[in-house]
Design a protein around this ligand. Sequence first.
Ligand SMILES: [Zn+2]
Length: 334
Amino acid sequence: MPASPPSWPWPRSPAQIQLLPPKRISSIRSYNVNDRQPACRQPYRGRLAPSPTGWLHLGHARTFWVAQARAQAQGGILVLRNEDLDSTRYRMEFAEAMFEDLKWFGFDWQEGPDCGGPFGPYAQSERRKFYVAALEQLRAAGWVYPCTCSRKDILNAARAPHAEDEREPIYPGTCRTRSAGQPEPGARSPAVSGPGDASRPAPGTRFNWRFRVPEGETISFVDGHYGAQHFVAGRDFGDFVVWRQVDEPSYQLACTVDDAAMQITEVVRGADLLPSTARQLLLYRALGWTPPQFYHCALTTDEAGVRLAKRHDALSLRRLREAGHAPVSLRAGW
Ligand SMILES: [Zn+2]
């Protein structure tokens, strides 16, 4: 169990204060995160963040192996975080298998749901109060607005025919103007208002909380593997969901809140999440937190060049183990 309660929020360092947005976000056109990060933050803290929504496969293992190697090379700490927020796809058997398969493959973490640590709990399903606090902070400062659009509304009104990533078209901003009475982003309202305030739709209405991105601003960061990255808010991604209508935080919010609260210094994950990093950097800035460094890994593909997914059952760690493969030989080409 945790040795001491997590500090939340921890005291702001000068570097964190610099990250607070100016009063009028529209006046900045470029946000280069690496200008604002300390050169070196010690001790190194990395994390593995699997989701128990299927069997872990070789692609996960490969990315996690890089994460573990980078933590070990720095003499750092590796955290295991169970990303079990997706209640529709979560299954207990996947969660149990996840720990077993990771151990079998040779992963060794120093903090996690099974061994505790000072920044617990380490399962996202137990961390709701952290996410609620972050949402309230974003709401009080005017960074988020309620969006009542359905998926179909967004597809019909999308401003560009191409998808910003595999799943989501760029949000056309339909509900953004409806919330014009909200405070300017970055301006602190005196107190978080209650459930009856004007910024919320009528009771019973289903809505998402969406983050208002600074239109046209370039978000730049240097990825540890891919080098300089640039994303333009409003062009490469639009206003994104931070709280889903099923009353759960989105991946973007939960991941940002947890990486910050667990004081992760470097996030190692798959290259498919590069565009998510730009969104998450905006959340770090809006919340006044220092972002970690990022290192994105190339995605593993099968023999036909198709990216490995949970449907590649034969390449799940579980099946590979049953088929008699040894982790050391599976890692031979890495
Ligand atoms: Zn909307």
